[in-house]
Write a protein that binds this ligand. Structure first.
Ligand code: ATP
Ligand code: MG
Length: 299
């Protein structure tokens, strides 16, 4: 295992879909870095938290080996590699600490557009191309289907046209790539998003404290990501009509102004505060409505 370190090291994707959002999220936790000349390492400046910039496929292994303490990686990659480790008789080495709310996609089974899809049993004896053999094999076993898994590391969607496979199992977000290859998704095997992954064991004291501080800040950052502070005034008698319009708000703060019946309210809303919603609130008796961005939050 790694030698004792008092700095925390987080692996993130060097370039690709998760690279920028992962850095932005960590920066919103108050981290900043100085980048090495080869762009592989970012030295933490505000806190002893460094980044290692790598291919996403390497992230679970870096955590398993103790080279990195944490990583931002797709749940699909983490779960697939965990399945591969277990198939090889190795113990689980990492776990999901937080779901991060970006990098959404699903692992889907797709078949040629001409197929009439009825049930997974149609796949019996077929060849299915994928880069996710562990997740696909698990699903096939759960469905009681015996099919041949054809392992491809990329360009899975052209396998049926090349005659390498009858169907495919690949990541989908919009479905445009499937359609361009005359394929249609027929089943979802796995829902994914980016996650913060960490080891199954606890950290030692020094890094443990850093990691819990980072997680606290991360929870604040994730909670306020879509949150707005809504401020308005209303008569006390309007409250029964107003409160149902704020189902996503935390218990609003209510202040009395000008005697007992005129109120000033502020509510932290976790859903979208649209114009339509403001207009509904106004009709229900709110006045002086104001929507403010939330910059930070520590529960
Ligand atoms: P690397 O060079 O780091 O190995 P990559 O090509 O494997 O990059 P990306 O294509 O950047 O990786 O995808 C990284 C992750 O983004 C995926 O593992 C998945 O979790 C997520 N993702 C979100 N939408 C999609 C999509 N439409 N297709 C593929 N991955 C997606
Ligand atoms: Mg990759």
């Amino acid at each position: 295992n790694a030698t004792p370190r008092d700095r925390l090291r987080i692996a993130i994707q060097k370039s690709g879909r998760l690279a920028d959002p992962a850095r932005a999220l960590l920066a919103s936790c108050g981290l900043s870095w100085r980048e090495s000349r080869d762009r592989l390492f970012c030295y933490g400046e505000t806190l002893p938290v460094d980044l290692l910039l790598v291919r996403d496929d390497d992230i679970p292994g870096l955590i398993a080996d103790g080279v990195c303490d944490l990583g931002v990686v797709g749940r699909n990659v983490m779960t697939e590699q965990d399945g591969e480790r277990r198939a090889a008789g190795k113990p689980t080495a990492y776990r999901e600490l937080r779901a991060l709310g970006f990098g959404d996609c699903r692992l889907a089974l797709a078949v040629p557009e001409g197929w009439e899809w009825k049930s997974p049993r149609q796949l019996d004896g077929m060849r299915i191309a994928t880069s996710y053999p562990a997740l696909l094999s698990q699903w096939l076993a759960d469905e009681g289907v015996s099919a041949e898994v054809v392992l491809l590391s990329g360009s899975v969607e052209i396998a049926p046209r090349l005659g390498q496979a009858d169907a495919i199992c690949d990541l989908v977000s919009s479905g445009a790539t499937l359609a361009a290859n005359q394929l249609k998704p027929v089943a979802t095997l796995f829902e994914s998003e980016a996650v913060l992954a960490g080891p199954v064991h606890e950290f030692d004291a020094a890094r443990g404290e850093l990691a819990s501080m980072l997680l606290r800040r991360l929870d604040g950052a994730l909670r306020i990501r879509h949150s707005k502070l809504l401020m308005f005034q209303a008569e006390r008698a309007s409250l029964p009509a107003l409160l149902p319009l704020l189902p996503d708000a935390e218990a609003p703060t209510v202040m009395q102004i000008d005697g007992a019946d005129h109120l000033a309210l502020q509510a932290l809303c976790h859903g979208a505060v649209t114009w339509q919603r403001l207009e509904e609130l106004k009709r229900a008796g709110a006045s002086g409505l104001m929507v403010l961005p939330v910059e930070g939050m520590l529960a």
